[in-house]
Design a protein around this ligand. Structure first.
Ligand SMILES: Nc1ncnc2c1ncn2[C@@H]1O[C@H](COP(=O)(O)OP(=O)(O)O)[C@@H](O)[C@H]1O
Ligand SMILES: O=C(CO)[C@@H](O)[C@H](O)COP(=O)(O)O
Length: 498
């Protein structure tokens, strides 16, 4: 008998990922397609939306072949995607420009201008829940209009990455609340596009997609795409959500006393909240969750596994087994070596696009794996910075996810630095798994958090070590002081190399 299954996709920064999931939440097969980041200048980050679509097609073909060979019917597809990254398309839906990504820092001036025209930062935070930050979408739209006016004039629709994929699948423009809330054009309390910000950007509301619920329906897959990918024409496409919201759902973080710690390209700590009360200093974000009526606080560090990938790239070494076993042998504190993981600036808590990576305390006695240890520890301090600024003291359980959590050693370091027990759950596919839950929720009519509770169980836990935690508490103070000592120098360097 044919089983009913759903597909969860994730448009990550480093890869397109896809999983085929059955009605009990088991992953039957998966497929990945690597992506290449384009960095035309330091601090700039782009990707080609057509390359995402090529990747999605490769992944969907592989999943549909498996489904056909096993007599499985795919009922729905849903997508999770990197947040904030801008896609501008013309009337026929063709991308007009590379996507300017969430980690791109080119829009400082534009963000200042939007903030000032809106009446200051307090007002921006009151409306959107957040300051207008360089990572967010609004500044990217203004930058495009100032630097490429011909592209801006031709732009028929501005979209987010997973919405572009949903458009390619269905020919329907749509978005949903979790991604809309990361644009800096969305009113977090009224849950709609904000007219004042639209006016500042010189945008018509028709140039932004309609905002739906994350587990509603965008439309059916187009017959041409169904034919090309060997899929059933009856498949429905479900909006999905922002990758962090989907990852949180995908590890069952929907209650107000649970937190997600995600160690991906970016590092995030996310805690659901019933309020839309912002952090007045704008160090942590407030966004809409993929679960109806729920918001979340989130601290974001821009370079988590990106810091590891950077070092792997320059040393041309990527053997995680060797890296992790050697890092485990290095004592806590990396023999006085510190890494500030600000390779692309930082959001939480500094909000500083000019900050840059630093290896501090380097001596001729240090070896390569001590540098790796300092990188793992620097990322852990960054995650602690995210956690301590979240205004919700009630967290009882921390669930860890993301590529970096595949490393036991790194997970232990994070537990030791934060001083909390970290649990892992049965689902390891973060955003893609959350998207699969939303797809199944649309098909079954069950609420996403209910599906998550049925599908997910705890499989592993990592306790913090008391002695190492004490060492890390002392070193965390040094880590924090380094940024403050260097802040002026970061600014001067940015001015000199503008
Ligand atoms: N065994 C491992 N040990 C340490 N880091 C790992 C391991 N496996 C994967 N990673 C890191 O995880 C990253 C991928 O994380 P992921 O959460 O999938 O990224 P994203 O969703 O941001 O594209 C890799 O680039 C790598 O740096
Ligand atoms: O900018 C943010 C969140 O505000 C990032 O977390 C992006 O959503 C990209 O995530 P990953 O590729 O690291 O999963």
């Amino acid at each position: 008998m044919s089983k009913i299954c759903v597909v969860g996709l994730d448009v990550g920064t480093t890869a397109i990922k896809g999983i085929l999931v059955d009605e009990d939440g088991n992953i039957l097969t998966k497929s990945d397609y690597p992506l290449k980041l384009i960095s035309p200048k330091p601090g700039w980050a782009e990707e080609d939306p057509n390359e995402w679509w090529n990747g999605v097609k490769v992944v969907l073909k592989s999943l549909s072949t498996y489904a056909r060979e096993h007599g499985i019917r795919i009922s729905a597809i849903s997508t999770s995607g990197q947040m904030h990254s801008l896609v501008a398309v013309d009337k026929s839906g063709e991308p007009l420009f590379n996507s300017i990504l969430w980690c791109d820092q080119r829009t400082g001036k534009e963000c200042d201008e939007i903030t000032q025209k809106l009446g200051g930062e307090h007002k921006a935070i009151e409306i959107t829940g957040n300051p207008i930050l360089t990572g967010f979408t609004a500044g990217k739209i203004l930058w495009l209009s100032r630097n490429y006016p011909e592209v801006f004039t031709k732009s028929h629709m501005f979209m987010l990455p997973k919405d572009f994929i949903n458009f390619k699948l269905t020919n329907v423009y749509s978005t949903e609340h979790s991604d809309a809330s990361g644009t800096a054009i969305y009113d977090i309390r009224k849950r709609e596009w904000n007219n004042e910000i639209l006016e500042i950007l010189n945008l018509k509301v028709e140039q932004l997609p309609e905002i739906k619920k994350s587990n509603s329906i965008v439309g059916k897959i187009t017959p041409e795409t169904a034919y090309e990918l060997g899929l059933d024409e009856e498949i429905i496409v479900v909006p999905g959500g922002a990758d962090n919201a989907c990852a949180a759902l995908g590890v069952g973080v929907t209650d107000y006393d649970t937190a997600m710690v995600s160690v991906g390209t970016s590092g995030t700590v996310l805690v659901p909240t019933p309020t839309a009360k912002p952090d007045e200093e704008g160090r942590v974000h407030v966004f809409a969750h993929v679960v109806d009526g729920v918001n979340y606080y989130m601290g974001v560090m821009l370079s988590a596994t990106n810091s590891l990938d950077w070092f792997n790239d320059i040393t041309d070494f990527r053997d995680y087994d060797i890296i992790n076993s050697e890092v485990d042998r290095v004592p806590a504190g990396a023999r006085g070596l510190f890494f500030l993981p600000y390779l692309n600036g930082e959001r939480t808590p500094h909000r500083d696009p000019n900050a840059r990576g630093v290896l501090f305390g380097l001596s001729s006695a240090h070896n390569r794996f001590e540098i790796y240890k300092a990188i793992y520890e620097g990322v852990a301090y960054g995650l602690k910075d995210c956690y301590v600024h979240i205004p919700s003291a009630n967290v009882k359980e921390f669930r860890i996810t993301g590529g970096g959590s595949k490393s036991k050693v790194w997970t232990q370091i994070i537990a030791d630095v934060i001083g909390k027990r970290l649990v892992k759950v049965s689902s390891k596919e973060g955003g893609a798994y959350g998207a699969a839950i939303l797809a199944y929720s649309a098909v079954s009519g069950n609420a996403p958090d209910k599906v998550a509770k049925e599908w997910i169980s705890i499989t592993d836990s990592t306790e913090p070590n008391k002695e190492r935690h004490e060492i890390y508490e002392r070193n965390y103070e040094i880590f924090k002081s380094l940024y403050h000592s260097l802040k002026g120098a970061f600014e001067s360097v940015a001015r000199s190399y503008e």
